[in-house]
Design a protein around this ligand. Structure first.
Ligand code: FAS
Ligand code: PHB
Length: 389
């Protein structure tokens, strides 16, 4: 079999890239290790930047998002019981779209089906070959049968635990990592959100986040020690702790209910450089991981796709290579800005074990500056709604 671009991974990165390339007349083959049901069972991101929204629309997968998504003008920051608003629209003219990653992925799968794109599920033992030559190829097995896919390029969209990054020799990779000493325990509940916009709450007991998916589906998180396990937390224990960390008036109106999903995600910052090796391009979580505090993970995947899509179209339609040659450098410039923002918000809003009194005062000062300084709020608004591509 042959295709122009082999895409490893059928998550949001791989599907968005495949959809855009096919619409530009460039053939792709998506190889996904898991079943579609499994991929669609994962509960992850909830906030889309303007750039990601526009890219999903350009891919022809934005109709349900525009019908069911919620545009938010800002968010709230709370600290030990007090809360203030950060007005994105008023300070930088932009909004964010609240629409779950699960829904984005489902819409992309539906759009891929509608154009007859090739998405192979349950592809096992995917391996990349001859990436530095002119004729790369991918091998994998399907139902125990060995398969070979010849291609021009490989897009590694297979996430942090995929094989694409590992297919680059260690000596050409430079990796940057920071592991945070806590995780997020998240639940999904069929309850009305406690506020019409997101609330990021810093508290001496730990960070909490009140988010949502729609008017009857809420998403809440609390910071927990890395030693905690999901089974350590009953729903009642979760709701009690969440209420202690939110401002009292917010906690008083919180509607609780049974969790329909409950999971703990560790927090890390990770970047690998470069994001290209020969005919292989890394995209999304395969190349970088951000702590979810800044809602950047899915959105960085979208900007990577934008740069790679532009470069590949230029290669195939105009026979020029400066787009693909500059992909890694362009993507990393934006990635590092999002890394900084996510690290900064995580550092400001969480309680770190062993933090000194001085570090605690710095956190309070950062929050006070945001509360009292319109310029500081505008800078947060510009980063949160998404820096330009
Ligand atoms: P993904 O990991 O989504 O997709 C990679 C795909 O590749 C998967 O379907 C996987 O099955 C497949 N794959 C892996 N190895 C393979 C192989 N060898 N062969 C074939 N296929 C293979 N971001 C936010 O902005 N906000 C959040 O709240 C948030 N919460 C998160 C919670 C968790 C538990 C995790 C893990 C991530 C979270 N993220 C969050 C980040 C997340 O949304 C990612 O940024 C987003 O999924 C990136 O999409 P992809 O790059 O497509 O990677
Ligand atoms: C979510 O709704 O899952 C969400 C929203 C904002 C974040 C992280 C997660 O920063």
């Amino acid at each position: 079999m042959r295709t122009q671009v082999a895409i490893i991974g059928g998550g949001p990165s791989g599907l968005l890239l495949s959809q855009l390339l096919n619409k530009a007349g460039i053939s792709t083959f998506v190889l996904e290790r898991k079943s579609r049901d499994y991929v669609l069972s994962r509960i992850r991101a909830g906030v889309l930047e303007t750039g990601a929204v526009e890219l999903i629309r350009a891919a022809g997968a934005g109709a349900r998002m525009d019908r069911e998504g919620q545009l938010h003008d800002g968010c709230y920051l709370a600290s030990n019981g007090r809360m203030f608003h950060v007005d994105f629209k008023g300070s930088c003219g932009k909004q964010v779209m609240v629409y779950g990653q699960t829904e984005v992925t489902k819409d992309l799968y539906d759009a891929q089906d509608a154009i007859g794109a090739t998405v192979i599920h349950d592809a096992e033992d995917v391996a990349l070959h001859d990436l530095t030559g002119d004729a790369p190829f991918v091998t994998y097995s399907l139902n125990g049968q060995p398969q070979r896919l010849d291609c021009d390029f490989v897009a590694g969209c297979d996430g942090f635990h995929g094989i694409s990054r590992q297919s680059m020799p260690a000596e050409v990779r430079r990796e940057f990592e920071k592991v945070y000493p806590f995780g997020w325990l998240g639940i999904l509940s069929r309850t009305p959100p406690v506020e019409h916009e997101l609330i990021y709450a810093a508290h001496d007991r730990g960070f909490a986040l009140a988010s949502m998916r729609n008017t009857m589906l809420s998403r809440y998180y609390i910071q927990v020690p890395l030693t905690d396990r999901v089974e350590d937390w009953s729903d009642d224990a979760f709701w009690t702790e969440l209420k202690l960390r939110l401002p009292a008036d917010v906690a008083a109106r919180l509607v609780t209910g049974p969790s329909i999903e409950k999971s703990i995600a560790p927090l890390r910052s990770f970047v690998t450089e470069p994001m290209r090796w020969g005919r292989l391009f890394l995209c999304g979580d395969a190349a970088h991981i951000v702590p979810p505090t800044g809602a950047k993970g899915l959105n960085l995947a979208a900007s990577d796709v934008h740069y790679l899509y532009e470069g590949l179209v230029q290669h195939y339609k105009q026979g020029q290579s400066d787009g693909i040659d500059s992909y890694s450098q362009r993507a990393l410039a934006r990635i590092w800005q999002a890394m900084r923002f996510s690290w900064s918000l995580t550092t400001m809003m969480h309680r770190f074990p062993g933090a000194s009194d001085y570090e605690r005062r710095m956190q309070d000062s950062e929050l006070a500056q945001l509360e009292n300084n319109a310029t500081a709020r505008r800078l947060m608004a510009e980063n949160y709604t998404g820096l330009p591509y």
